[in-house]
Design a protein around this ligand. Structure first.
Ligand code: ADP
Ligand code: MG
Length: 352
């Protein structure tokens, strides 16, 4: 951030000159008073007393003048800042300081006040993020927990036939898996945000890694009778295999989830000089550009009909991974036509 140059409050040239002038005036007045009295009397004690009185009066006047100046220029803003910091320290992040000078006339106090205001804004933002996060997580946990409680109660019925019992058990497993997935995602996101994941970079064949991920989705793809087309360049990269897996898995599972039966999914892997571009195209429900702008936010889910099959953290995680790896991700989509997610990994191509 560029630092603004400001005038200091305590030590200024104008302050020093005013102080100098005051002393000079007192001295000059003393000389004038001395001359004036000398013409009328020779009594040296009397002269000394009068000059002393003159100096005391003028000094008192100057002291009052300086006291008012300090009160206005130093004490008043210091007190304002002190009050604000006390409020912020007590957790009132809505506190803002009013800066009276216009920007180009800022002094050091104005700059401190501006910085305090910025700090309060940041703290307030974090507070909102924190409470939003807690309420989102609680909501996401509450739903599967309610399912678990209901079905566990139902399972206590001894008269249940084995097929129903099996179905209830499957529902229980699915609900607990939702909680596990949620917590795994939160932990991964948290680690990435705190830069704790020291992504182990290694040289590996990206084409093979991506193909292996795709194969894992085969049953899901067959279940929905989706057509799958893949076109992969053969390319090795130096990057984090485990982090990139998070990316493919989320993009491919979203493509499958949001594409109706008999739809089509295409995955492309293209080498462009030292970069790699991966594209996942589907013929699913698509989204508006307003939705497209929000899908990388935590817990955001536009399509509520699928909300039981995820927690809105997948793309937030993907975005974070791409940021950590220094790449780019973008989405193009049209309602009811489909979506295209494109990832660009920069300067990752590895050649022996
Ligand atoms: N391929 C896609 N087609 C249509 N909408 C999508 C697609 N991928 C993601 N979305 C939208 O973005 C939202 C966020 O995605 P994500 O973070 O993976 O959450 P989740 O899959 O848990 O819902 C989804 O709920 C959905 O509304
Ligand atoms: Mg998802």
């Amino acid at each position: 951030m560029k630092k603004k140059k400001v005038s200091s409050v305590g030590v200024t040239w104008s302050g020093a000159i005013v102080f100098f002038i005051l002393i000079a005036v007192i001295m000059q007045m003393a000389i004038l008073v001395y001359d004036h009295i000398r013409e009328r009397t020779d009594n040296i004690t009397w002269i000394a007393v009068l000059i002393l009185i003159e100096i005391v009066i003028l000094s008192a006047f100057c002291t009052v003048f300086d006291w008012i100046r300090r009160k206005l220029m130093i004490e008043s803003p210091t007190q304002k800042i002190l009050n604000a910091t006390e409020k912020i320290a007590e957790g009132d992040f809505s506190t803002r300081l009013k800066i009276t000078h216009e920007y180009r006339k800022y002094n050091q106090y104005d700059l401190i006040m501006e910085n305090l205001n910025k700090m309060a804004v940041e703290l307030q933002k974090n507070e909102v993020l924190k409470t939003d996060f807690i309420s989102n997580v609680s909501h996401e946990i509450k739903t599967p927990l309610a399912v678990i409680q209901n079905y566990a109660t139902l399972l206590q019925d001894d008269t249940l036939d084995s097929e129903t019992r099996n179905n209830y058990a499957k529902t229980l497993i699915a609900a607990s898996k939702r909680i596990t997935d949620l917590i795994t995602n939160i932990l991964k996101l948290n680690k990435l945000e705190n830069q704790e994941i020291q992504e182990k970079h290694e040289a590996f064949n990206l084409t093979e890694a991506l193909s292996e991920s795709v194969v894992e989705f085969e049953t899901l793809i067959e279940k929905k009778n989706l057509e799958l087309n893949c076109d992969f360049d053969d390319v090795s990269v130096f990057s984090s295999k485990s982090l990139l897996e998070i990316v493919w898995n989320n993009l491919i599972s979203n493509a499958i989830k949001f594409t109706p039966d008999n739809g089509k999914i295409e995955i492309f892997l293209k080498r462009i000089a030292k970069d790699v571009e991966i594209t996942v195209v589907d013929t699913g429900c698509g989204m508006t550009s307003e939705v497209g702008a929000k899908i990388f936010e935590k817990f955001y889910q536009a399509d509520t009909s699928h909300s039981t099959q995820g927690n809105g953290l997948g793309l937030a995680l993907v975005k974070k991974v791409i940021d950590v790896l220094g790449g780019e991700i973008s989405v193009q989509s049209e309602i009811n036509k489909g979506s295209t997610f494109t990832i660009l990994l920069k300067d990752v191509v590895y050649e022996d």
